[in-house]
Ligand binder design. Sequence first.
Ligand SMILES: Nc1ncnc2c1ncn2[C@@H]1O[C@H](COP(=O)(O)OP(=O)(O)OP(=O)(O)O)[C@@H](O)[C@H]1O
Ligand SMILES: [Mg+2]
Length: 427
Amino acid sequence: MPASGAPPASTPDESSAADGRDRSEAVVAAVATAVGLMTGSLPEREFAGPVLRLLGEAGGVSRVYVFDFQRQADGRYRVSQRHEWTAVGISAQIGNPDLQGLDLIEAGFGRWQEVLLRGEPIVGEIAEFPPSERPILEAQQILSLLVQPVFAGARIHGMIGFDACAPRAPWSRFEVSVLRIAAQAWGAAVLREERDAQLRHMQRMEAMGRMAGGVAHDFNNVLSVVGGAVEALQGEAAAPVPADGERYGRILRHALDQGRGLTRRLLEFSRPGSGHARELDLGEAVARAVPLLRQAAGSRVRVELERAPAPRVRIDPVQLEQVLLNLVINARDAMPGGGRVRVEVGPDPAGPGGAARLRVTDTGPGIPAGQRDRVFEPFFTTKADRGGTGLGLSTVFAIVTGHGGTIVLGPATGGGAEFLISLPAAG
Ligand SMILES: Nc1ncnc2c1ncn2[C@@H]1O[C@H](COP(=O)(O)OP(=O)(O)OP(=O)(O)O)[C@@H](O)[C@H]1O
Ligand SMILES: [Mg+2]
């Protein structure tokens, strides 16, 4: 046993049954306090530290930590350590690069993925674990551990684990159950935080939408005045057209058309919704749009479609086309030297109760981490110099959510951008 593995001085001696009881009582009290913290209004990043410390001290363990699960396109999970508490003298693992973006199956932890996804804990002595799991655990001096899955609704959010680097009495079934409550409260808090954020986002979008509608309306009035002047300048046979009048007229008309295009987009943005939604086969609808998408993509960008049978959805086909066009044009803009856009239609593997998924990926540079939160915001653009309005993705967002769906950026692994749209099954 390395010296650093010795239990901290404050840890109760686990050798007698009475102390085991003390520990169980301490764990119950800590879980009660922790649940109180998590069900308040604190975000995860604020309650994580105190909760882990409470549970770690009460459980007499060496480390308590939380990992995030990130589902990959192929259904595998990558996990990354996000929060950690360590007892005095125990090596921290939060900076361990091996515990960031770890592919569970590749790392020999396929059993963990299976058991945790079933909602069950991993618990026991490392010496009795399958050989594929031991090297990573032994490298951290772990002798025994308990890991509980954390679910945010039906989706696995991560896992919370308790390492013992010194011999201690095994976890009792009672303690395992009590700590499961802590894991459940953690998941509920994460879900609440996500919903709050989504609600705030929707409220912002709604406010922006109202504003965009107002701007578009007033702008249109201005345009119609300009339009009248252009007519007068170009078309009035009675008055002689001044020198250069024709040329100015053409320039003005072009500007007018551009202005009208902008107001049309602003108006669509301010009142998207499922106006002409009808039940359709997503794969067929997307296939019908492919010629248009190829045209928009230009000759340097290849557009590929992959279809698998998916549940039927309810959506306005014109708005669906708008979504695809925006995504493909953005991909084209991101790949001036050429590349590939892939549109995939299939069932949504994570969609509760049947949903169809539209996945759009490209081979461009992707979206930098600092911008991932912002791309769906109205008027966010990195292309202002090239005429970008920043309304493309916010319109896409409004259309998708207006049809009861969701859109998120995929994990930033493969390099290019990845948009994942989920649409609920019709009926
Ligand atoms: N496929 C992509 N690859 C890289 N960055 C992207 C991609 N799609 C969107 N972005 C980023 O997101 C920003 C917002 O996109 P959005 O479509 O909302 O606006 P825009 O394309 O800049 O303007 P507009 O759509 O009005 O022409 C873009 O400016 C770009 O920085
Ligand atoms: Mg765009």
